[in-house]
Design a protein around this ligand. Structure first.
Ligand SMILES: NC(=O)c1ccc[n+]([C@@H]2O[C@H](COP(=O)([O-])OP(=O)(O)OC[C@H]3O[C@@H](n4cnc5c(N)ncnc54)[C@H](OP(=O)(O)O)[C@@H]3O)[C@@H](O)[C@H]2O)c1
Length: 270
C-alpha cells in the first residue's frame, strides 16, 4: 500500500469509512467487522474514519482493533452543540476507541464549530490529537467551510468527491491545495452506485494492464489520480471488499488520459 500525505501525517492512500457499516449489535456481525479490520491490516488500509453519529461504530471499531490501535490512524468527529457536551463526546470517543491518541479529530458537518475549535486546539497542543479537521454535509456549506479553511486553524477537510460528484473541483480543492490542507474523500464510490448502479457495462480493457478489474476500483483509481486527494475512505460490510478497494492504492497512479477515459466511460454507462 502506497502512503500519501494528509497535511503533516502519512496515511494509507486508501482508507476506510464506517458510516452505516459498523453500527452492528449481533456477535456474528461484530465477528465480520473483526475480519474486516484484520483484512485492513493485511492490506495496509490503516486510515479509518468514524463518528459518534454512526450509532455503535466507534465502539465496534474500538473492540475489533483492541490491542492493535497503534497500527491504525484513527479519525473521528465531534457532532453536537455546546462546550461541555462536545468535551464529553470527545472523551467518550477516546474511551470507545480504546486509545489515548486520535490522529484526526473533525467537526462533523461544521456543527457548532466556533465552540469546538478552541478545545481541539488545546487537545492538539497537549498531544492528544494529531490534526484538526472539518467535514460538511452539502455544497451549500462550501462558503462557510472555505471561510474556516482560510482561518488557518484546520489541517484537514472531508469532502464528497467522485467521478460523478465533482462540485469540489471548482473552488474547494484549489483552496485546499493553496493552503496545504489535507483532503479526506467521503462517498468515493458514490455509496456503491458507481460500481453497481450504472445502467451499462463499462469497458475495463484499457485499465486491465494496471490490474483494475472492477468499476469500483476504477472509481477509486480516478480519485487517486488527483494529487490534491489525500485519502478516499470507502466503507464496506464485506472483508473481501477491502482487498478489492485496496488495489488502487497499490498500483501506480493512473495517467491523465485514463482518468479522462474513466469519466467518459462512466458517463456513457450512466
Ligand atoms: N459528513 C460527513 O462527515 C460524512 C458524510 C458521508 C460519509 N462520511 C464518511 O465517508 C465514508 C464513506 O462514505 P459512504 O460510506 O457514504 O460512501 P461509499 O464509501 O462510497 O459507499 C459505501 C457503500 O458502497 C459499497 N461499496 C464500497 N466499495 C465498493 C465497491 N468497490 N464496489 C461496489 N460497492 C462498493 C459498500 O457496500 P458493500 O458493503 O457491499 O461493500 C457500501 O454500501 C463513510 O463511511 C463515513 O466514514 C462522512
Amino acid at each position: 500500500m502506497r502512503l500519501r500525505k494528509l497535511a503533516s501525517l502519512e496515511v494509507s492512500s486508501i482508507g476506510m469509512g464506517s458510516a452505516g457499516t459498523f453500527d452492528v449489535h449481533k456477535e456474528e456481525d461484530i465477528a465480520v467487522r473483526r475480519q474486516i479490520m484484520d483484512q485492513c491490516l493485511t492490506k495496509g488500509v490503516t486510515f479509518i474514519d468514524t463518528s459518534p453519529m454512526y450509532g455503535r461504530a466507534e465502539e465496534v471499531l474500538g473492540d475489533t482493533i483492541d490491542g492493535r490501535q497503534d497500527k491504525f490512524q484513527l479519525a473521528t468527529k465531534v457532532w453536537c452543540s455546546g462546550k461541555e457536551t462536545g468535551r464529553a463526546q470527545i472523551a467518550q470517543s477516546f474511551k470507545l476507541l480504546k486509545t489515548n491518541y486520535i490522529h484526526v479529530l473533525q467537526i462533523h458537518n461544521l456543527v457548532d464549530w466556533e465552540t469546538h475549535l478552541p478545545y481541539l486546539e488545546q487537545l492538539k497542543a497537549e498531544g492528544r490529537i494529531g490534526l484538526i479537521g472539518i467535514t460538511y454535509g452539502y455544497p451549500d456549506m462550501f462558503p462557510e467551510m472555505m471561510k474556516i479553511m482560510k482561518t488557518g486553524r484546520v489541517n484537514t477537510i472531508q469532502i464528497s468527491y467522485n467521478v460523478k460528484d465533482r462540485a469540489v473541483q471548482e473552488k474547494v480543492l484549489p483552496l485546499a491545495e493553496e493552503l496545504g490542507i489535507g483532503v479526506i474523500v467521503m462517498r468515493p464510490t458514490g455509496k456503491g452506485s458507481l460500481a453497481t448502479g450504472l445502467k451499462g457495462q463499462p469497458d475495463l480493457t484499457p485499465l486491465k494492464e494496471y490490474g483494475i478489474e472492477t468499476w469500483g476500483q476504477a472509481a477509486l483509481a480516478w480519485l487517486l489520480a488527483d494529487s490534491r486527494v489525500s485519502v478516499p475512505i470507502p466503507a464496506t460490510t464485506k472483508p473481501s471488499r477491502i482487498i478489492e478497494n485496496a488495489l488502487p492504492g497499490e498500483i501506480p497512479v493512473l495517467p491523465q488520459e485514463l482518468r479522462e477515459y474513466i469519466e467518459k466511460e462512466t458517463e456513457r454507462c450512466s
